[in-house]
Design a protein around this ligand. Structure first.
Ligand code: CA2
Length: 152
């Protein structure tokens, strides 16, 4: 059974504590449980992590690249939080490993402030999802399952 690595960036540990109109009322543990159910339903193991530190996220992308090359990792779902809009380091890490990665945002970033419209992740991501709320995580897991089946 292959693993899906779900990575969450800065401040996502605060999910459910404020801005429910933007991010909903579920917390990160709820999101992990949602991902667990979606991985069970699609025949994946789940590895779910969160960090407020850019370098730690870079290290985890490198680790994912090794596991992807070994054939034990189906792909990465990355909600890089605000690092989406700032991090050349994450861009380079994803590009350098060649890992299959879905960029995910809970909110529709294009309906928000202009500084959220640019992403350093999108050019090196396999696909980009935003605006589906936390249910986007389950949709992204189903999308990775479909990619495995169709070899996309
Ligand atoms: O919509 C998303 O998932 C974002 O990646 C969330 C980031 C934001 O910087 C991106 O532009 C879009 C922010 C995550 C912080 O989330 C919090 C939620 C509730 C309370 C505090 C922080």
């Amino acid at each position: 059974m292959k693993t899906i690595l779900v990575l969450n960036g800065p401040n996502l540990n605060l999910l459910g504590t404020r801005e429910p109109q933007v991010y909903g009322s579920q917390n990160l543990a709820d999101v992990q449980a949602l991902c667990d159910g979606a991985c069970d339903a699609n025949g994946f193991d789940l590895d779910f992590r969160q960090s407020n530190h850019e370098g730690e996220l870079v290290d985890w992308i490198h680790e994912a690249g090794r596991l992807h090359a070994d054939g034990t990792l189906a792909g990465v779902i990355l909600n890089a939080g605000a690092y989406t809009h700032t991090s050349v380091a994450l861009h380079d890490a994803i590009k350098g490993t060649g890992v299959t990665l879905i960029e995910l945002h809970i909110s529709n970033v294009f309906a928000r402030e202009a500084f959220r419209h640019h992403s350093y992740i999108s050019p090196v991501a396999k696909a980009v999802m935003c605006g589906f709320g936390v249910n986007g995580y389950a949709l992204a897991i189903a999308a990775l399952a479909a990619m495995q089946t169709k070899g996309a």
